[in-house]
Design a protein around this ligand. Structure first.
Ligand SMILES: *Cc1c(COP(=O)(O)O)cnc(C)c1O
Length: 457
């Protein structure tokens, strides 16, 4: 007998996960290792330790331990804003007239407004434990920088953020939230780093890109005593920390004997999607259950759907290790009219490998459709969604409408990664009919991919 399902399924504090789940442990064919661009050999712990905190390097390289304890200090921090609710979208279902059952896991209930805080606090914690003075990072629209500055101020760590210049200038609100939490914020490319000066010389007046900001942040970390670099997505360690989303989702569903048919999430670098699906993918890999898993990406930055599975640079300045992933080429920069985030040229290696093995699907959607879905959702469910999250909303609605045609009562779970209060210029462009859909041509993508590094594998 299924129990009556509440609008919001919450877990008790005592039911919150005490361990993160490492999906790589259950993969027979593991994700490809990071390579040293100089030697072409897998990065060693010593080499990675120059850039990243020691404990995080351990997590990055660990592909055998399925459950990794969440330190008590981090669990206590999580309790300030978790467990996050799993919401039954009764109002959306009714509005759509669908027999599908729709649930979303809402990660926007904290000041940074997204899931990124789940990994920010973990990374800041390990940096502090190592006795470091501070960390450096990059941020695009600012969600990661905001999350990290919150975590660093909580732990008393210095936080230096390189923010993509166009966002620094056009999105002052998150910039000021970061400064409120004590972070220093520098527009990238900047004259503060060698790589920044080089990029500015080559492309004067450039708006910057995530890949370029990463190069700057890494350079400063490596050259500053007592600093390390931290990254808010893409890496295995970030997917590991974000597994708290999937573990809570699974626990909440199991409380009411709900079995999802499909799990949908937006994919930029893959951290929220990887975190949401990890425990479900684990069941799938162990042959215990089957789920359809769908990654949703913007048509303007379509790494999974139009990229190539190959080793590539993670950053424009080519200072980071090489990573095997679905990529559009490290020089790929989405069109400036692309407003919806998810603009990274590559993808998590773990998700790339799972996708390559056919264990998950991917779909790309246009930004005007995404904002139409966002608005439809906001009007019935109340929450003002982040543009990134709205990619998942769009596909969840599409799938629910398919159920309406076929009469199937499928259970759909999607990740609602955050709120969109700081994205109102993008909403404004949509409302004024000024938003356009730029889709890169095959030639543009091919030209960018022509610069992939030559690596075996
Ligand atoms: C950063 C961000 C994303 C995309 O990053 P992933 O690493 O792919 O999860 C999605 N939604 C929101 C709200 C974000 O801030």
């Amino acid at each position: 007998m299924s129990k009556e399902i509440p609008y919001k399924i919450y877990l008790e504090e005592s039911e919150m996960p005490k361990e993160w789940y490492n999906v790589r442990a259950d993969m027979t064919k593991k994700p490809a290792p990071l390579l040293n661009p100089g030697t072409g050999k897998p990065m060693t712990a010593e080499e990675l330790g120059v850039v990243f905190c020691d404990e995080l390097v351990k997590q990055e390289l660990d592909e055998t331990t399925p459950y990794i304890p969440i330190p008590e200090e981090i669990r206590n921090f999580y309790k300030m804003y978790r467990p996050s609710p799993l919401v039954r979208a009764y109002c959306l279902e009714e509005k759509l007239g669908t027999p599908a059952k729709i649930y979303y896991k809402f990660e926007g209930n904290n000041t940074s407004g997204s899931h990124k805080l789940n990994s920010a606090i973990a990374q800041a914690y390990y940096a502090k434990k190592q006795g470091l003075k501070g960390v450096t990072t990059e941020t695009g629209a600012g969600q990661w920088g905001t999350a990290l500055s919150m975590a660093c101020s909580y732990l008393g760590l210095d936080c230096k953020v390189f923010m993509v210049k166009v966002s620094y200038e056009q999105k002052p609100f998150r910039r000021e939230v970061m400064r409120t939490y004590g972070a220093s914020v520098t527009p990238s490319p900047s004259m503060d780093t060698e790589v920044g000066r080089k990029i500015l010389e080559e492309f004067p007046g450039t708006n910057g890109s995530l890949g370029c900001a990463i190069s700057e942040a890494v350079e400063v970390a490596v050259k500053s005593e007592g600093y390390r670099y931290v990254l808010g997505s893409v890496l295995n360690q970030v997917l590991l920390h974000q597994s708290v989303i999937g573990l809570e989702t699974m626990a909440a569903l199991k409380k009411y004997d709900i079995k999802p048919d499909m799990i949908i999430g937006c994919a930029g670098g893959g951290s929220n999607l990887g975190g949401l699906i990890s425990p479900f993918m684990g069941e799938k890999l162990r042959g215990e259950a089957d789920y359809r898993i769908i990654a949703v990406e913007p048509a303007s930055c379509p790494s999974f759907t139009r990229g190539t599975y190959a080793y590539d640079f993670c950053d424009t300045g080519k200072v980071c290790p090489l990573s095997k992933m679905y990529t559009l080429g490290s020089g790929f920069i989405p069109a400036p009219n692309h407003a919806g985030g998810l603009r990274y040229h590559g993808m998590s290696t773990t998700l790339s490998e799972l996708y390559n093995q056919g264990l998950m699907e991917a779909r790309s959607v246009k930004q005007t459709e995404v904002f139409a879905a966002a608005e439809q959702f906001a009007r019935v469910e109340g929450i003002l969604p982040a543009p990134e999250s709205s990619h998942a909303i769009k596909v969840a609605i599409d799938e629910a409408l398919k159920c309406k045609e076929t009469g199937e009562e499928k259970t759909i779970v999607f990740g609602l990664t955050g709120t969109g209060y700081f994205d109102m210029y993008a909403y404004e462009a949509f409302h004024d009919g000024k938003m356009t859909d730029y889709i890169p041509s095959d030639e543009e993508i091919a030209a960018s991919l022509a610069n992939l590094p030559k690596v075996e594998g």
